[in-house]
Design a binder for this molecule. Structure first.
Ligand code: NI
Length: 190
């Protein structure tokens, strides 16, 4: 089932989420919620979704990047469930890149994020997960775990000068960058 997504301004987006009771993870209701979060993320072409974005104050995030229709060059991230995630930064160097958010529709901004981190969380069946993520994968995790603290990418921007409407960003940032890329292998001509 596709869930309604809260937008910036709804108090759910700014409310720190509560920890999940591990005993409830395997219940049918909780498992259905996880499925609904994945359905919702995919429906809106998100690369991640956090429970506060669907009006639930619970520390749950789902992530997946798989052949994004608009950004086919985006690195892939397997479908991952993070319940009660704890993040520790492994490389505090930061990298700037563009982000958007389903709760801040049609906008993009340049956000510095730590390059590498470690995440401890519970997985879909309540099992212990420990993973190290770098670069884009680490970025998605930072974006989603920020949602669990009631924070959004705007809070992480050095300033708002890069904040752009999506259509203008595509025109002035994304498309020029695509044109500058050297053609790789046999390129499609159009
Ligand atoms: Ni978001």
């Amino acid at each position: 089932m596709i869930l309604k997504v809260a937008r910036l301004g709804h108090p759910a987006i700014r409310t720190p989420a509560l920890a999940v009771d591990p005993a409830m993870i395997t219940s049918p209701e909780f498992q259905r919620l996880l499925d609904d979060m994945v359905d919702t993320m995919r429906e809106y072409n998100g690369v991640g979704l956090a429970a506060p974005q669907v009006h639930l104050s619970l520390q749950i995030a789902v992530l997946e990047v798989s052949h994004h229709p608009r950004y086919p060059d985006m690195p892939e991230v397997p479908l991952t469930y993070l319940i009660n995630p704890q993040v520790s930064v492994m490389d505090s160097a930061t990298m700037d890149d563009w982000e958007g958010c389903l709760s801040i529709p049609e906008m993009r901004g340049l956000v510095p994020r730590y390059k590498q981190l470690r995440v401890s969380a519970l997985g879909r069946q309540g099992q212990q997960l420990d993973l190290v993520a770098s670069d884009f994968h680490a970025r998605v995790i930072q974006h989603e775990t920020d949602h669990l603290k009631g924070e959004v990418y705007l809070d992480r921007m050095a300033n708002l000068h890069s904040l752009s409407h999506l259509a203008e960003w595509q025109r002035f940032v994304y498309e020029p960058a695509q044109k500058r890329r050297p053609a790789a292998g046999t390129s499609d001509s159009d």
